[in-house]
Ligand binder design. Sequence first.
Ligand code: FRU
Length: 309
Amino acid sequence: MRRLTIVAAALALALAPIGCGKAKSAKHLIGFSQCNLGEPWRVAMNAEVAARAKDFPDLEVAFADAQQDNAKQVADVENFLRQKIDLLMISPNEAKPLTPIVKKAFESGIPVIVLDRAIEGDTYTTFIGADNKQIGMAAGAYVAKILNGKGDIVEIKGLPGSPPAQDRSSGFREAIAAYPGIRIVHDPVANWLREEAMAQMESALAAHDHIDLVYAHNDPMAIGAYLAAKAKGRDGEMKFVGIDGLPGLDGGRQAVADGKLSATFVYPTGGREAVDAAERIFKGEKVPHKIVLPTLMITKENALAAAGK
Ligand code: FRU
């Protein structure tokens, strides 16, 4: 009798996964908290995540858009945690306000992939993004070269609490520090946005009779500055340099090909790499704590080849 019970129990156990198959979804649910979808670069990142996730039938991605609002992004993550996601992917709006919720998710045992904008500390599984300090330095070196070491610059800055804005500024300033003839004469904040950059550039144009170059922390702001200068008939007086280098007709690569920008620096979204890292984590593999993505300088010489890609 006892033997029979054991056999029955073993049989029940062996059959259990078949019986339970329907109740528990076979998919791994990823919650992806995006800081905003108002900028083309963010739309491209989401598209990359969605496209790559399709290659893995075990993955399902839920998307949330925080609309550039730190409090909404915290609420979005709280919501994901209530939904019992298996992994959190997040591109934080600003570092400081998003750090506690990322820490909370990570410390509750959920793997966390932080994308492009860092948080404070290191309570996450992996950070994926390009090196913004290095991009800023490369931009500074390029600018010093095309200005022959002399000129007045307007620097248009991204959202101050987002680390890429800080690093793109400090890297740039370090690189031009060797050239006393180069001065930053105006450095407004335009929060990554084209329209705000247009308004800020109007003030810069009013305040300065001559500007040699505009360095903007992303391409939408560089294009905004270009449009403001063009509206005043002053676009020919100065050069424009941006960052992002998105492909496609509205992207920075095309703007370089069209001669609106002198250069841009490719800032990969990391969407594909993030999905690949998630898949590896689900398989139980170890991923590096930091994955640094490459950049590429785009000038007229390589813009046409790169624009369609
Ligand atoms: C989009 C964006 C990009 C920029 C990145 C920096 O929100 O502003 O244009 O390269 O964020 O985090």
